[in-house]
Design a protein around this ligand. Sequence first.
Ligand code: 13P
Length: 248
Amino acid sequence: MRPKLVAGNWKMQGSLAENQGLLAAVRAGAADLTAQIAICVPFPYLAQARAVLEGSTVAWGAQDVSEHEQGAYTGEVSATMLKDFGCRFVIVGHSERRAMYGDSDIVVAAKFAAALKAGLMPILCVGESLAEREANVTGDVVTRQLDAVIALCGAASVAGAVVAYEPVWAIGTGRTATPAQAQEVHALIRARLGADTTRAQQLQILYGGSVKPGNAGELFGQSDIDGGLIGGASLVAQDFLAICTAAQ
Ligand code: 13P
């Protein structure tokens, strides 16, 4: 049985003052839970996340990483820098980065490779837009996004990481994919990897997109849904912990 993982993605939100209480509450609430829990914070708050979460069951990570190891890349943050701050996870290929910051499939694959090389666990996001779903090309889009990473890093590397299926139309909209819709794409992702590696059954595939305490249990009950990547609800300790509880 695959362990469940619930990861929070704070996006560009928080402040030193606000984070303190939220991190402490998650740390305390997580102590009794069996699901793996992680929080991906903005870069400047990594030191704070480490200070509050170190020695607890909650891991921390970042929301993006440079594809380069080091050098003249103003504004970028390398994977080894993230390791320096004790990160275990890093999100790569979030749809907001693909849509707003030009992260192509090739760049996402390079970021995934950089994360792996530094010993980080990438959370690779894939997912279709509303127009793509309505045009019935969800499978093609998700397969293309996955294949770019498989081509660079190999299927076994992807199967050893974490994939998050996040339909763009469900992110921050309050409109969740139905458990059946999500399960269908999760099964497709696992099957795609299964064509190339025997490790596909071990891959943790998270669902993301308007996961709330009220819908988490049904989503996580699907056979290929191994937890969630949580945006808005990860900013409220009680909601995030309720979602983590649903992943037991
Ligand atoms: P919401 O949970 O706010 O819809 O965000 C999902 C997401 O993008 C997580 O990465």
